[in-house]
Design a protein around this ligand. Structure first.
Ligand SMILES: Nc1ncnc2c1ncn2[C@@H]1O[C@H](COP(=O)(O)OP(=O)(O)OP(=O)(O)O)[C@@H](O)[C@H]1O
Length: 519
């Protein structure tokens, strides 16, 4: 909840904090102020969140300490492209500045704006631009959290960040909690507009109020309504207090739920299910199921929305694809590694009929370059090479990405395996693609049937897989592990500690092509 009574922290531009130079304010919440900054090391844009402890009463200090502890803990563990990445944390030692002395700071990747900003700029009664994609990505982040036994606890527009390029990241883990059985416990705080009606009748014990994943499902229902109706809350009222009273009266059965007419027909059943008054009924819609349903709605919208026709896309999302989405969601941030392909390849390239298997690139070609005489379509080489070069990991070479694409689809941008829900040149499963998607051709959308989008997104994921395996101490035969991870999931490979048998034939294919491309 915003606390208008607390003055925002005033940190001047140019101030050096935790390895960054502050450039200007972004916004303030109840407990923190967020500033735009740049890294001293390389000028990279970051956001710095100050969690201050001055101006607090002793009771508030305890709550604050708990919120800070949660935010730091969950921010450090947040390991998915749908969750904002915290680069480091620090406690300030500023004896000459009592406002900052002892404040905890989080240095985070910087978003372009929040979902709140986007919906505030959307006309009432109409969906925000790319509403379906945004809702799918929010759900992917939420499903990852729930899968790991976390409840976000404060899902709202200001806590959903939109990165340059449009990717969604959930942020603000001050009220995030770990489930103990079916409940977690948090301090009795939250955003009036997004807490579920049962929140008001729960007593706060010594450990705070109980919180269940279905509280996030309610908050998602409110958010989905706002995203689909230009920011309108599903319950009437001029103030947050009035809207929360209206929600409670609906929950008691004293008033019906009336969604705004602007919410598209096909979304209404799902939004209504998220806003089920009975928490037990809402609880049956877990976040994985929510992601499945949202992905289906988003896909049917994309297919009917006049986008490029896609072959064989009539089969609904299969569970395997979803499982991969959620497992892939074991994921750390990828966006900062590969901020998007800057090149401008145009239409999906034709498959070449060439069978020539050229040797390694010419003299002086960088390691892992695509050999000139190879069968890698010329129109794809620039995007493949650019993608690989953006990954700092030496194993991720143009030759490796090319070998993967050859084994996945034979370089066919229109490839489709509906039975396994895999499409396009990189054989993306749509729900997984949503979590990693990049706009490789800079046409404003992210489409797995666009070769550049699919390739840049694949490089993004592959780069992260490589880093993930290194992080887990796997060092032998990384290219093969990465290829296996792309076909299964990071978790499956990490748990096996080697290439799982069921994907061995595929991995061997890729390795053969890689050898033909000169390694
Ligand atoms: N990494 C980030 N990049 C860009 N903007 C951010 C980032 N993190 C937070 N913000 C923005 O900074 C503002 C303040 O965020 P903060 O988390 O302190 O408060 P809040 O979420 O608005 O409110 P409360 O803390 O009361 O829930 C919000 O508008 C938020 O969208």
């Amino acid at each position: 909840m915003n606390d208008p009574g607390r003055p925002p922290l005033d940190v001047p531009a140019g101030r050096l904090v935790a390895g960054t130079r502050i450039t200007g304010p972004i916004g303030s919440g109840s407990w923190g102020s967020v500033y735009a900054a740049e890294e001293l090391a390389d000028g990279a844009p970051v956001a710095v969140k100050f969690l201050r402890s001055d101006l607090l009463t002793p009771g508030q200090r305890r709550t604050m300490a708990e919120l800070v502890e949660r935010e730091v803990r969950f921010s450090r563990q947040a390991d998915h492209p749908g969750l904002v990445r915290t680069l480091r944390t620090a406690t300030l030692d500023e004896p000459d500045d009592p406002r900052l002395d002892g404040a905890v700071v989080l240095v985070m990747e910087r978003a372009e704006r929040s979902l709140q900003d986007l919906i505030a700029a959307t006309p009432p009664h109409s969906p925000a631009p790319e509403a379906e994609r945004l809702l799918t990505e929010i759900c992917a982040g939420l499903a990852h959290m729930h899968q790991h036994g976390w409840v976000h606890g404060d899902l709202k527009g200001a806590n959903i960040l939109l990165m340059p390029g449009g990717a969604v990241r959930l942020a603000d883990f001050g009220l995030t909690s770990e489930l103990e059985g079916t409940h977690a416990y948090v301090p009795p705080l939250g955003s009036l507009d997004h807490v579920p009606p049962e929140w008001w009748s729960q007593r706060a014990g010594s450990r705070g109020v109980p919180l269940r994943p279905c509280a996030d499902v309610w908050a998602f229902g409110v958010l989905a309504h706002q995203v689909l109706s230009g920011g309108l809350h599903p319950f009437p009222g001029a103030t947050a207090r009035a809207r929360s009273l209206a929600a409670q009266s609906y929950a008691r059965g004293a008033a019906p739920l009336r969604l705004d007419d602007g919410v598209p027909e096909r979304w209404r059943a799902l939004v209504t299910a998220c806003l089920a008054a009975d928490p037990a009924e809402r609880g049956r819609l877990d976040a994985a199921e929510l992601l499945r349903r949202v992905s289906l709605l988003a896909r049917s919208e994309a297919e009917s929305g006049g986008r490029r026709p896609r072959p064989g896309r009539t089969v609904p999302l299969v569970v395997g694809g979803l499982a991969l989405a959620l497992a892939a969601a074991g994921a750390a941030l990828a966006g900062t590694l590969l901020p998007g392909h800057g090149g401008s390849p145009s239409a999906p390239p034709p498959v070449t009929g060439s069978t020539s298997l050229g040797g390694p690139g010419g003299p002086g070609a960088p390691t892992g370059a695509i050999p000139e005489g190879s069968d890698v379509p010329v129109a794809l080489r620039e995007v493949i090479t650019g993608t690989a070069r953006r990954c700092p990991e030496p194993e991720v070479t143009p030759a490796l990405l090319a070998a993967m694409l050859k084994a996945e689809s034979g370089f066919d941008a229109a490839a489709a395996r509906p039975r396994s829900d895999e499409y396009g040149i990189a054989m993306w499963t749509p729900a997984v693609f949503n979590a990693w998607a990049q706009d490789g051709d800079n046409d404003g959308d992210r489409d797995y049937m666009s070769a550049p989008d699919a390739i840049v997104s694949m490089g993004n994921y592959v780069c992260w897989l490589d880093q993930q395996f290194k992080h887990r101490g796997l060092s032998a035969d990384l290219p093969a592990l990465v290829v296996a991870g792309y076909r299964t999931s990071d978790k499956t490979v990490a748990e096996a500690g080697r290439v799982p048998d069921r994907v061995r034939p595929h991995v061997d294919h890729v390795m053969k092509y890689l050898a033909e491309y000169g390694g």
